[in-house]
Design a protein around this ligand. Structure first.
Ligand code: ZN
Length: 131
């Protein structure tokens, strides 16, 4: 555990642990249709328990809902502005929403972990304690 502490934004985008910022939160690839949702119980590097209380990730559902709504609005507005037929609009919005489920699922959990993390006292100096 030597070197510079990774940035918060970079760690969030690469789905890394909010405490050590180097352990992976998810076990599989985002592009694996059956494995994109598999989450490690503990950080493989610092052993942080990600779901630190039962039902913790239920809160991510609200963030995921906001993401899905945002996707639908953006793609819906794009489709309407291009004078597409209603069938084409519905197919486009539904298809993109389904294709973006892994993104929505993963980043809603990551956002929840990072939003809650300041209250769990993750400090950058934590890496020094691991040495
Ligand atoms: Zn960690």
């Amino acid at each position: 555990m030597q070197g510079k502490y990774p940035s918060k934004i970079g760690s969030m985008l690469s789905c890394k642990c909010p405490r050590c910022r180097s352990g992976k939160v998810f076990t599989g690839s985002a592009f694996d249709p059956t494995g994109f949702s598999k989450t490690n119980d503990y950080c493989p590097v610092c052993q942080l328990k990600f779901e630190h209380e039962t039902g913790f990730f239920w809160g991510a559902m609200y963030i995921s809902y906001a993401f899905s709504t945002l996707f639908m609005i953006v793609f819906g507005v794009l489709a309407v502005n291009n004078n597409w037929s209603w069938n084409k609009i519905v197919i486009t919005v539904v298809t993109t929403s389904v294709l973006l489920v892994p993104f929505s699922y993963r980043y809603s959990r990551i956002l929840l972990l990072y939003v809650i993390s300041p209250f769990r006292k993750f400090e950058p100096e934590y890496l020094d304690k691991l040495k």
